[in-house]
Design a protein around this ligand. Structure first.
Ligand code: NAD
Length: 497
């Protein structure tokens, strides 16, 4: 079929899909050693898509052994960077050729709109291409020593990298971890979320087709407390590259300390402030961006602009505009290319979001729109906006990970900065203003891994992505991410006089 365009095209492609649901270990798809499976369910329909291999500690041990063997063998780890690049570019081409299918798997598995999944695929493919192109352009160093010495600083791969990823951007988050780790020469074991394992397994098929040697890229679907935990505690995993919640990130650091002190890179949660100053020019445009910043991907976004801070002199009028914009962003069938929002990933997340909405009302915030789940089938929650939120309220402090916007008012720049920084998270922040002096002052004061000025979520492969404070310590994307997956080796050579 040519590239699907309409709802009917996507439904036809979904009906014809066969999915791989076994783990990919060493060089082949296999059942979990225990024979156990778990169901992965389409949240838009309640239909079970597949019974997926539920890996545990036994599978982790086997995969780690294969990964170590592959690393020691050197077929990938010692391959010239330019040749690794060729294989990864081939993989990116295969992803491109299978883009519709990969996007569909993510949409069916976790409920995001198909247009959004296609955007994710473009990002995932671009990430593989960028990291592949980087790897044969990074030089080591010769340190400035005297003539009697040659002092080299070499970069070497670490060994076995375990990538543990979430479900909100299944394949894109995977690419952000796996592409640089592979480019740097490591053996990678990917643990996708139990809520969205299917695109990762398809990626394993494509990686094999692209020519990655056996044992270099393996995929272990399963739960966090089983296979995830086993990887975190493994004595033979050299690095944990994690994207997910802050609570699990903290646990992984403890697991690393309790085992072999493996490197731990964390991309965790957020409660990101989006600050609108009264001097903005086009408030309609800003309101639309502010609504998109929270309602995109059903609000299931680490950098969702979930705290909207509005200067009080324009607050009433501005919230009206946000509510108006939100009305055009209602959830719909995820397979419909016109849908802006899709379904919430599962029952647990759906109940959690509704619980926060209930708390918001109880704690005295003003519900301006939304607030009720849509009638089933399927798990849908409309854009929800609360005004009059304070930092003491649960909806003002905690990451909801759903389409719920908390609006705060402020009177001065200093108050806006204080409110913005009053969070244990520090992933993203936005500010909207025409005053360049203010923009620079506020940007420098915001405690955040990234700051968006007069936009939300801008960035491409050239920009590092990550947080400060309890949003984590890692940096995905850009050539900086390669630093996480390699170690410096200092070589001091004494030369004959
Ligand atoms: P989660 O922490 O529940 O799970 C993430 C992954 O960790 C999953 O694969 C899960 O199975 C695994 N896991 C869970 N417990 C584990 C354990 N004890 N040991 C090892 N692995 C374990 O998060 P989630 O619900 O999948 O994703 C939502 C969270 O991810 C949000 O907090 C969101 O902000 C965050 N996130 C952050 C970024 C970022 O770049 N900073 C990007 C996307 C999502």
């Amino acid at each position: 079929m040519s590239r699907p365009q309409t709802l009917a095209d996507w439904q036809a492609l979904a009906a014809s899909l066969t999915v791989e649901s076994r783990a990919f270990v060493d060089d082949a798809f296999v059942d979990a050693a225990s024979g156990e499976t778990f169901a992965t369910v389409n949240p838009a329909t309640g239909e079970t898509l597949a019974e997926v291999a539920s890996c545990d500690a036994t599978d982790a041990e086997v995969a780690v052994a294969h990964a170590k063997t592959a690393f020691a063998g050197g077929a990938w780890s010692r391959l010239a960077p330019g040749r690794r690049k060729k294989v990864l570019l081939r993989l990116a081409d295969l992803m491109e050729a299978n883009k519709a299918e990969l996007a569909l798997l993510d949409t069916l598995d976790m409920g995001k709109p198909i247009a959004s999944s296609l955007g994710d695929m473009a990002g995932a493919i671009a990430c593989f291409r960028y990291q592949a192109e980087c790897i044969d352009k990074l030089y080591g160093e010769v340190a400035p020593t005297g003539e009697e010495t040659l002092a080299l600083v070499l970069r070497e791969p670490l060994g076995v990298v375990a990538s543990i990823v979430p479900w909100n951007f299944p394949l894109m988050m995977t690419a952000w971890k796996v592409a640089p780790a592979l480019a740097a020469g490591n053996s990678v074991i990917l643990k996708p979320s139990e809520k969205s394992p299917l695109s990762a397994l398809r990626l394993a098929q494509l990686a094999k087709e692209a020519g990655l040697p056996r044992g270099v890229f393996q995929v272990l679907p399963g739960y966090g407390h089983t296979v995830g935990k086993a990887l975190a505690l493994s004595m033979a995993v050299d690095c944990l590259a994690f994207t997910g919640s802050t609570a699990v990130g903290k646990q992984l650091m403890q697991d690393a300390g309790a085992s072999n002190l493996k490197r731990v890179y964390l991309e965790c949660g957020g409660k990101s402030p989006n600050i609108v100053f009264a001097d903005c020019k086009d408030l309609d445009r800003v309101a639309r961006h502010a609504a998109e910043a929270i309602f995109h991907n059903q609000g299931e976004v680490c950098i969702a602009g979930s705290r909207l801070l509005v200067e009080n002199s324009i607050r009433e009028a501005f919230i009206d505009k946000v509510v108006e914009a939100a009305a055009t962003m209602q959830p719909g069938n995820p397979l419909d290319p016109e849908s802006f929002m899709g379904a919430i990933v599962d029952d647990t997340q759906h109940a959690r979001i509704l619980d926060y909405i209930r708390k918001g009302v109880e704690e005295g915030a003003t519900l301006r729109t939304g607030g009720q789940a849509l009638e089933g089938p399927g798990l849908f929650i409309p854009p929800t906006v609360f005004d009059g939120v304070t930092a003491e309220m649960a909806i003002g402090r905690e990451e909801i990970f759903g389409p719920v916007l908390a609006v705060f008012g402020f009177d001065s720049e200093a108050e806006a900065v204080a409110l913005a920084n009053d969070s244990h998270y520090g992933l993203a922040a936005g500010l909207w203003s025409q005053d360049i002096d203010r923009i620079m002052r506020v940007t420098r004061r915001l405690q955040s891994g990234q700051v968006f000025v007069n936009n939300w979520a801008g960035g491409d492969q050239t920009m590092p992505f990550g947080g400060v404070k309890q949003s984590g310590n890692g940096r995905d994307k850009s050539h900086h991410s390669l630093e996480e997956y390699s170690a410096l080796k200092s070589v001091w050579m004494s030369l004959a006089p």
